[in-house]
Write a protein that binds this ligand. Structure first.
Ligand SMILES: Cc1cc2nc3c(=O)[nH]c(=O)nc-3n(C[C@H](O)[C@H](O)[C@H](O)COP(=O)(O)OP(=O)(O)OC[C@H]3O[C@@H](n4cnc5c(N)ncnc54)[C@H](O)[C@@H]3O)c2cc1C
Length: 488
C-alpha cells in the first residue's frame, strides 16, 4: 500500500452517480481546478445493501447517458472509467490501484446511498485517502428543514413556504473547460454491462423519443423555456399539449441539476420572456421533488411501507387479469389505456395521467399501490427512489399530505376535461383513432353507428370497461370503510 506522502500527489477520483453531467458538477469542478490528473469513475453497483436495482427503462437510459458523458469528458481531455461491484470494495480498490490522493463526489440524497457513501468514506479515510463531498442534486439538505416545533415536514405547503422563503439557491457552475485525464486506468466496456435490450429490442420508441445525455438535456431545457413555460401554470394538466418540461429523466440522472433549471427559469422571468406565475408554478414542482426526498428520509422504506400505517389493514384484491389489463393499457378506459401505453412505448407518462392511471389501479381495481409502484419503477425512464413511492402513496391516500382516499377520479370526466379534443387518447390508442371527441373518452357510450363507422368493435378491437365506474367507486369506498371501522 502506498504511504500517505506518495498518495498526497496522486490523481483525484471523481465518482459520478446520479449526476451524469459536466456543467454544475461541484465535485468535478473542484477536481479539475486542482490541476491534477482526474479519474472519472462510474460504478455499476448492484451489490451494496439497501440499493434498489434499476428497472429496465432506467437501465436503458443509463447506457445512453453514460455514452454521452464519456464523449463529453473525452472532448475535454478526460476519460470515463467504468467499474462494477460493491462500492466500498470497488472504490477502495481503484484508489489503491491508482494511488489516488482523494475522492470527490456529489452527495447522494437517498438514505441508502448516503449510508454507502459513509462506508466508502470511512474505508478510504482509514487508508489515508481524503474524501470530499458536495451538495449538487437537491436544493436543500433533506435533514435540515424543520417545522416550528423542530419536526420534519409532512405537509407540502409549509415545507415549500420555508424552502422558497430561504436564501435563493446558489448559481450553477460552468463545466470545466479542461480535465486532465489519468492514463492507463483499466475500464469495463459499457456494452458488457448489457444495460440495453437486444432480444427483444423493446426500446425503439424510446430511442425515437429521447436523446439521452447532457447535450440533449440542455436542448430540452431550451425548448421548454422557449415554447413550453409560457402557459405552464394553466396548461400543465393537459397531456395533449406540450406544456410540461419533460425534464424528469434529466433530473433523475442528473443530466441537469435543479440549480440549473431554477436559474434558467428565473432568468427567463427576469428577462420578460416568462410570466412569474408560470415560473413560480414550475419552481413549486421542483419543490415537490425536494419534498419527496424529505419524506424518504422520514421513511426510508417508502416503497414498501405505508406512511400512514392505518392502511396496513387495507383489504387489497389479488386479480392478476385486471393487473395485466392495466399494465397493457387494456382497461377499456381510454385515458388510462393511453397513459399506460405511452409509458410502455416511451418510458414516460404525463403527470395528470399518472395520477388517473394510478388511482384507477388502486381504487377501481383495489390492487395494492405497491404493485403499481413496482411496474412504474420498471418502466419509467425517470423512476426515482423518492418521487415514485411518494407519489404512489399520495394517490393511494396512505402518504403524508395525501389526496384523501375517498376522492376517486372518474377516468371519463378526467379525459373530457384534460384531453378535450381526444388528441392524446388517439395518439396512444390508435384503434380509437377515428372516433370523434364526443365518443373517444367513453366508447361504450357511443352510438353503435359511430363505433362501426370508426371501425371499433367493443370487446374485440377495444375492450369494454373492465369495471364500471360506479361499481368501482362503491367497492373502493366499502374497502375504505373496513379500515375506518377497524380503527374504532
Ligand atoms: C403515480 C406517480 C408516480 C410518479 N413517479 C415519478 C418518478 O418515479 N420520478 C419522477 O421524477 N416523478 C414521478 N412522478 C411525478 C411527476 O409525474 C413527474 O415528475 C412529471 O410527470 C415529470 O414530467 P415533467 O418533467 O414534464 O414535469 P414538469 O411539470 O415540467 O415539472 C418539472 C419537474 O418537477 C419535478 N416534479 C413535478 N411534479 C412532481 C411530483 N408530483 N413529484 C415529484 N417531482 C415532481 C420533476 O422533476 C419534473 O421534471 C410521479 C407521479 C405520480 C402521480
Amino acid at each position: 500500500m502506498p504511504g500517505q506522502a506518495e498518495r498526497g500527489s496522486g490523481p483525484l477520483i471523481v465518482w459520478f452517480r446520479d449526476d451524469l453531467r459536466l456543467a454544475d458538477h461541484p465535485a468535478l469542478a473542484a477536481a479539475a481546478a486542482a490541476g491534477r490528473p482526474v479519474i472519472c469513475l462510474y460504478l455499476l453497483d448492484e451489490a451494496s445493501p439497501g440499493l434498489r436495482l434499476l428497472g429496465g427503462a432506467a437501465r436503458w437510459w443509463l447506457a445512453g447517458s453514460l455514452r454521452a458523458l464519456a464523449e463529453a469528458l473525452r472532448g475535454r481531455g478526460g476519460e470515463l472509467t467504468l467499474r462494477r461491484g460493491a462500492a466500498a470494495d470497488a472504490v477502495a480498490a481503484l484508489a489503491t490501484e491508482t494511488k489516488a490522493s482523494a475522492l470527490f463526489m456529489n452527495r447522494r440524497d437517498d438514505p441508502a446511498g448516503a449510508a454507502i457513501d459513509r462506508a466508502v468514506t470511512a474505508r478510504l479515510g482509514a487508508d489515508g485517502t481524503e474524501v470530499k463531498s458536495f451538495a449538487a442534486n437537491l436544493l436543500h439538505d433533506p435533514n435540515a428543514l424543520r417545522t416550528g416545533s423542530g419536526r420534519p415536514f409532512q405537509v407540502f405547503t409549509p415545507f415549500w413556504r420555508q424552502l422558497r422563503g430561504g436564501s435563493p439557491p446558489r448559481a450553477p457552475l460552468p463545466a470545466p473547460s479542461r480535465i486532465a485525464g489519468a492514463s492507463g486506468v483499466a475500464t469495463d466496456a459499457l456494452a458488457d454491462w448489457h444495460l440495453e435490450p437486444t432480444r427483444p429490442d423493446w426500446a425503439a420508441d424510446m430511442r425515437a423519443t429521447w436523446v439521452r445525455g447532457e447535450p440533449g438535456a440542455q436542448r430540452d431545457l431550451e425548448v421548454f423555456l422557449a415554447h413550453g413555460l409560457k402557459g405552464y401554470a394553466a396548461q400543465r394538466d393537459r397531456p395533449d399539449l406540450p406544456h410540461t418540461s419533460r425534464l424528469s429523466p434529466r433530473l433523475r440522472f442528473g443530466e441537469l441539476s435543479p440549480y440549473q433549471v431554477w436559474h434558467a427559469c428565473m432568468h427567463a422571468a427576469d428577462a420578460g420572456r416568462a410570466a412569474r406565475t408560470d415560473v413560480e408554478k414550475l419552481l413549486s414542482e421542483l419543490g415537490w421533488r425536494e419534498f419527496c426526498y424529505h419524506l424518504l428520509h422520514q421513511q426510508p422504506a417508502l416503497a414498501t411501507v405505508n406512511f400512514n400505517r392505518r392502511f396496513d389493514a387495507f383489504p387489497w384484491r389479488q386479480d392478476g387479469a385486471a393487473r395485466a389489463a392495466w399494465q397493457q393499457g387494456r382497461t377499456g378506459y381510454p385515458l388510462v389505456d393511453a397513459g399506460m401505453r405511452q409509458l410502455w412505448a416511451t418510458g414516460w407518462m404525463h403527470n395528470r395521467v399518472r395520477m388517473v392511471a394510478a388511482s384507477f389501479l388502486i381504487k377501481h381495481l383495489l390492487i395494492d399501490w405497491r404493485a403499481g409502484e413496482q411496474w412504474f419503477w420498471d418502466t419509467l425512464v425517470d423512476a426515482d427512489v423518492a418521487s415514485n413511492p411518494a407519489n404512489w402513496q399520495w394517490v393511494a391516500g396512505c402518504g403524508a399530505d395525501a389526496a384523501p382516499y375517498f376522492r376517486i377520479f372518474n377516468p371519463v370526466l378526467q379525459s373530457e376535461k384534460f384531453d378535450p379534443g381526444g388528441d392524446y387518447v388517439r395518439r396512444f390508442v390508435p384503434e380509437l383513432g377515428r372516433l370523434d371527441a364526443s365518443s373517444v373518452h367513453a366508447p361504450e357510450r357511443a352510438p353503435p353507428l359511430a363505433l362501426s363507422a370508426a371501425g371499433v368493435t367493443l370487446g374485440a378491437s377495444y375492450p369494454a370497461p373492465i369495471v364500471a365506474h360506479e361499481e368501482g367507486r362503491r367497492r373502493a369506498l366499502a374497502a375504505l370503510a373496513t379500515i375506518k371501522s377497524a380503527e374504532r
